[in-house]
Design a protein around this ligand. Structure first.
Ligand code: AMP
Length: 310
């Protein structure tokens, strides 16, 4: 089995997360064995803005065709391990409003034994801990040289809040930014009000909190400022899977490209996140992102600006 044994050059942005095979049911149809995973969507979206190194594990069943999808965006796959066993598998279903994913089945498979080993020649400037077991997020944080990383952001989901809350709270102490959806922010803090939830999260560690609200947009907080942005209004949403991860990918990818963590630039990053995610949901899996280019992102951003200003 391939493991990471040679030191490689690090990209400006490193992501650890899941690379998955998904079964997805939406009101518009069902697909089996779709290419998914939090790190796959994140890295693909981020790669429109900057070079990304992906840290993840797959099983022997992982198709070469899926690997090629990541390679087509020049994503650094030197830390994509192949382990004996099956790839992480998620099965989810969306109701008619498409806002909430219901997990029907989670097969952790090779994730159970995953022990990420970072063999980069230096620390990255930006690190994203995508949705994965918080124990693994901590292992990556321990290896990366935290003080040398300019910005660490993190995502999680209900599955880990229910099963690994202690570890997740440890992660929160060590990061700069949490990107989380509204339901998960409420579950994590016990606060039904999202502004209070964001403050509680800030008190647990990260100074920047981004709360995603599906078709209702996103809220951005730092310790002194607050910003609210709608989602880009779409007439046809096909498959919401990966919207959150590609939102985060564009946000952190844009920050890694611009290297500016001021609040105004954070606002721009969130706008790029909303626009990029709006493309993801127009098709199953990564298919719409594969037909996307920077020009289309900029064009939609311009329109978005127009409909948001008054
Ligand atoms: P989202 O952007 O929130 O729609 O994320 C969708 C992706 O998350 C899917 O492609 C899944 O493979 C992945 N996923 C689902 N459950 C988990 C989990 N417990 N941990 C990490 N990734 C997951």
């Amino acid at each position: 089995m391939s493991s990471v044994d040679q030191k490689t050059k690090v990209s400006p942005l490193v992501v650890v997360g899941t690379v998955a095979i998904d079964d997805v049911q939406t009101p518009f149809g069902s697909r089996e064995s779709v290419f998914g995973g939090s790190a796959s969507y994140f890295s693909y979206a981020a790669s429109f803005f900057t070079q990304v190194s992906l840290v993840a594990v797959v099983g022997e069943d992982f198709p070469n065709a899926f690997r090629d999808v990541l390679a087509e965006q020049n994503i650094d796959l030197s830390h994509l391990e192949v382990a004996s066993g099956k790839t992480f598998h998620w099965k989810g279903k969306y109701e008619d409003d498409l806002n909430t994913a219901h997990t029907l089945d989670t097969q952790l498979n090779v994730l159970l034994e995953f022990n990420p080993k970072l063999k980069f020649q230096s620390s990255p400037e930006f690190l994203f801990l995508a949705n994965i077991d918080p124990t693994l997020q901590l292992k990556v944080l321990d290896q990366v040289g935290r003080s040398k990383v300019k910005f660490v952001a993190c995502d999680t989901m209900n599955f880990w809040i229910s099963n690994k809350k202690t570890e997740l709270l440890e992660v929160l102490k060590k990061i700069d930014c949490l990107v989380i959806n509204d339901g998960e922010a409420r579950q994590l803090t016990g606060q039904s009000n999202l502004i209070r939830a964001a403050k509680d999260i800030q008190n647990a560690g990260p100074s920047v909190v981004i709360i995603k609200k599906g078709e209702h947009g996103a809220l951005l907080f730092d310790r002194a400022n607050f910003f609210a942005l709608p989602a880009y209004p779409l007439e046809s949403v096909f498959d919401p899977t990966g919207a959150g991860d590609s939102f985060a990918g564009a946000v952190v990818g844009y920050l890694a490209k611009s290297k500016d963590l001021g609040f105004n630039n954070l606002k721009s990053a969130v706008a790029y996140g909303a626009v990029t995610a709006s493309f993801t949901v127009e098709d199953f899996g990564l298919e719409r992102l594969r037909r996307l280019d920077q020009g289309q992102i900029e064009e939609r951003l311009k329109l978005f600006k127009k409909i948001c200003s008054f």
